[in-house]
Design a protein around this ligand. Sequence first.
Ligand SMILES: Cc1cc2nc3c(=O)[nH]c(=O)nc-3n(C[C@H](O)[C@H](O)[C@H](O)COP(=O)(O)O)c2cc1C
Length: 159
Amino acid sequence: MTQNATGPMKAIILYDSISVGGSTDRFIDAVGRGIAESGAYVEKARCRQHGDYSFVDEFDVVVLGAPIYYLLVSSELLGALSKSNLKQHLRGKRIALFVACGSPEPMANLLYMPQLKMNLEQPVILVERVLSPDQLNNPEAAAGFAREIVGSYERTLKP
Ligand SMILES: Cc1cc2nc3c(=O)[nH]c(=O)nc-3n(C[C@H](O)[C@H](O)[C@H](O)COP(=O)(O)O)c2cc1C
């Protein structure tokens, strides 16, 4: 079982998408199931730009990501990072990042991933992943991402 100092690892998936019940939601659910299979406790929350993110303090791992629309990370997540207390509550956290987009990976790494990273202070980045629409719809891609998150978290616990 994936543990923190006192019990099972706790992970929160913070995400956004313009669609509800679409490919991002299915991907998030599959990643959550994959992480939970390790024995971890997992929750998910759709971001709201004016939300209160103090609940993030309870979690050992934050999975953070969204699709790209018109060159920008989906607006409620980007807004939460710039307008709410999310950035403050992510400081120093173990974080897994993803963006979903139609662009090739090098372009996404240059243009999109920094929109998330520039808002993180002293993060421990466990994994970062650029997902094509095909990968977003592929349960094996979600399961692989989940395995990498858990494996990388466990490595950060080793002295
Ligand atoms: C309105 C719209 C705008 C998009 N703009 C971009 C873009 O600027 N760059 C990009 O790489 N992909 C872009 N995409 C592709 C989406 O990021 C990709 O299809 C993603 O998987 C959509 O996730 P969703 O199904 O949860 O909405 C766009 C898609 C839509 C529908």
